[in-house]
Design a protein around this ligand. Structure first.
Ligand code: SF4
Length: 375
């Protein structure tokens, strides 16, 4: 166990090192095929670039032309066309996280946003089927909030370094070590971990959730950097876990200082999953939705987006007058989701996301407790 003080030597952040080195993401077992039995498998549509496809996808290309060159569109458009038709036929909705590629985010998604926004939007829809454009923990969150809908993820191997940094058993050990201390868990975790937690949080409400208990100490897991950032915003003592997002941990304060030196007017926007020296350089620190709102409302002339690459592409499509500098890192897990795999999901209804009902009931309680928290 390491005890560290934050840069202002204010609240103490105690970082717990995982007892065992975490391995590769364990690919979850595929579902039972119940969805294919219930709704039936469809024939694979023809995928041709022709006049009809060009005409019917022209309005969608308008949305992405700043980030997808014309020469690439004939490769995407037949998939976009087929997916949008099949979604209607299947009564399905596609949820796309902000880190999905522009052709998914702008051209086939029904709802876009962060993982929690997506799951909540899907719950309001009358769709029978949810396709998750995102990683596995997001699909689990969608299943938790939509237990009677079929939830599909186009690639079961879409994991997450943060989610795989901790298990339900680790949380039970933490509770033994810190009896009575409430456990706040970031939504970027498996259903098993959520099930062992008192409440979930997102990067936008983490401070409010931590303070909601009125205790002097809170366990805030698994993202060490998010926990450290929370500790700078509250007097509550934070006990953190040494889990990191492999995308955001690679940024450094030094590279951001170089951008600032080159242009002192540039605005630096960072996600709280970034290390503390990166956040110290940022003009704004917030969730993906917070960053998007900042760009839309403040309309900065030039920004450095310190987050996943596709996020900058997607914000660029919505804020064409802002110039984006992108010291971006790709999330390899998010990029496992592609148009061809989404089409396969719709045709063959795979891969189904299933959660043990006993685990789901406890995990849902932690998520709903956060949703119903009064602001
Ligand atoms: S960007 Fe980071 S937190 Fe998000 S899915 Fe990828 S590894 Fe996980």
């Amino acid at each position: 166990m390491v005890t560290v003080l934050d840069r202002n030597i204010r609240p103490e952040v105690e970082v717990v090192t995982p007892p065992v080195a975490r391995g590769e993401f364990v690919v979850p077992r595929p579902g039972t095929g119940a969805a294919a039995k219930k709704f039936g498998v469809l024939p694979m549509p023809k995928l041709e670039w022709n006049a009809e496809v060009e005409r019917e996808t022209a309005h969608l290309y308008e949305k992405v032309k700043a980030v997808i060159p014309p020469v690439e569109w004939p490769f995407h458009a037949p998939y976009v066309h087929a997916i949008n038709k099949l979604k209607k036929q299947r009564n399905a909705v596609l949820l796309a996280h902000n880190y999905q590629t522009p052709e998914i985010y702008n051209c086939v998604a029904d709802f876009v946003g962060d993982s929690l926004q997506l799951a909540k939007e899907a719950a309001k829809s009358k769709a029978d089927i949810i396709i998750q454009g995102g990683v596995h923990f997001m699909a689990e969150t969608s299943k938790l909030l939509n237990p009677n809908k079929t939830v599909l993820i186009p690639d079961l191997r879409a994991g997450c370094s943060l989610a795989q940094s901790i298990t339900g058993e680790d949380v039970r050990l933490l509770r033994e070590r810190y009896p009575g201390v409430p456990v706040v868990t970031y939504v970027n975790t498996s259903a098993d971990v959520k099930a062992e937690s008192d409440i979930c949080c997102t990067s936008s409400n983490a401070v409010q959730v931590v303070e909601s208990f009125g205790t002097d100490r809170v366990i805030c897991i698994p993202d060490e950097f998010l926990a450290r950032w929370v500790a700078t915003q509250t007097k509550v003592k934070i006990i953190a876990w040494k889990g990191h997002c492999e995308v955001h941990e690679r940024f450094t304060g030094e590279e951001l200082r170089r951008y600032r030196e080159a242009d002192p007017t540039v605005q630096i926007l960072a996600h709280p999953e970034c290390p503390p020296d990166v956040i110290a350089e940022a003009d704004f620190t917030g969730s993906t939705s917070g960053i998007l709102n900042y760009v839309k409302t403040k309309k900065p002339k030039r920004v450095v987006m310190v987050t996943e690459c596709s996020m900058a592409d997607n914000v660029q499509a919505e804020a064409p007058n802002t110039e984006f500098i992108r010291p971006c890192n790709l999330c390899p897990h998010m990029k496992r989701i592609t148009l061809p795999k989404i089409l396969d999901s719709l045709v063959y209804l795979r891969e189904e996301v299933e959660i043990d009902p006993a685990v789901a009931a406890k995990a849902r309680r932690a998520v709903e407790r956060m949703i119903h928290l009064k602001s």
